[in-house]
Write a protein that binds this ligand. Structure first.
Ligand SMILES: *[C@@H]1O[C@H](CO)[C@@H](O)[C@H](O)[C@H]1NC(C)=O
Ligand SMILES: *[C@@H]1O[C@H](CO)[C@@H](O)[C@H](O)[C@H]1NC(C)=O
Ligand SMILES: *[C@@H]1O[C@H](CO)[C@@H](O)[C@H](O)[C@H]1NC(C)=O
Ligand SMILES: *[C@@H]1O[C@H](CO)[C@@H](O)[C@H](O)[C@H]1NC(C)=O
Length: 192
């Protein structure tokens, strides 16, 4: 008796579940305005090498410390907001401007000396790259001996849409009197 009841109800139950599933799928399908997919053809991917200098005037109005140093041996805790200059040559006072480097760096380690973490937008104003920008992220291990640090190109805008790549950063010069630090950058960026 019980098994007869089940044999009647089971197909009904399955039908009801299927109907509910199909109607929820139909509801999902009707909500397509959030994301529209289309195939489109990109221009050929190319690799661009940019070479320029990044000047950071620490303790100037263009580099403001917004959090205190918690450990003087490592600078741990310090956070600096920067509006820096990018130039073609190594002398920021006498070189063609190619853009601005805006962002923050912070000192994330209480045990490793002077490693800082960059979160930056490099906004270019030069030639074909005027109005385009790159996002650069990564750890910098400052070194007077010319040892390079490597940064990630996390993305870009303008001609650098869909960008990916890396940047090699090297100490170029410093002027303690002006709290000036100049780094040389070679950016290898793949874009369309
Ligand atoms: C770091 O050094 C400065 C200047 O000598 C001093 O005023 C400050 O208290 C020190 N900070 C710490 C966390 O030791
Ligand atoms: C800029 O560089 C040029 C060429 O090297 C030099 O003649 C000029 O004196 C420099 N100007 C300044 C302000 O350093
Ligand atoms: C950072 O290091 C200093 C010196 O070794 C220590 O006194 C301090 O407690 C450490 N701070 C943190 C947050 O670990
Ligand atoms: C960059 O583009 C802006 C806006 O179009 C323009 O005002 C400026 O003169 C350009 N700069 C250079 C160096 O071409």
């Amino acid at each position: 008796m019980a098994s007869t009841k089940l044999s009647v109800f089971l197909p009904l139950l399955v039908t009801l579940l299927l109907a509910a599933l199909l109607s929820s799928l139909a509801a999902a399908e009707s909500q397509t305005s959030f994301a529209t997919k289309k195939l489109f053809t990109m221009k050929k991917e190319k690799l661009t090498h940019l070479h320029f200098y990044w000047s950071n005037f620490q303790r100037a109005p263009t580099a403001v410390s917004v959090a205190p140093i918690l450990n003087n041996a490592t600078f741990y805790g310090a956070v600096t907001i920067n509006d820096d200059t990018l130039t073609l040559g190594p002398d920021p006072d006498n070189s063609t401007s190619v853009g601005k480097a805006r962002g923050l760096y912070h000192f994330p380690s209480n045990t490793t000396s002077f490693v800082y973490e960059m979160i930056y937008s490099f906004a270019f104003t030069y030639g074909d790259y005027n109005g385009s920008s790159l996002s650069l992220l990564g750890s910098v291990f400052p070194s007077l001996s010319g040892t390079a640090s490597e940064l990630t190109v996390a993305g870009g805008t303008g001609v650098f849409r869909f960008a990916r790549g890396y940047a090699v950063l090297k100490f170029a010069s410093g002027d303690p009197k002006r709290s000036l630090l100049v780094n040389e950058l070679d950016v290898y960026v793949s874009h369309y």
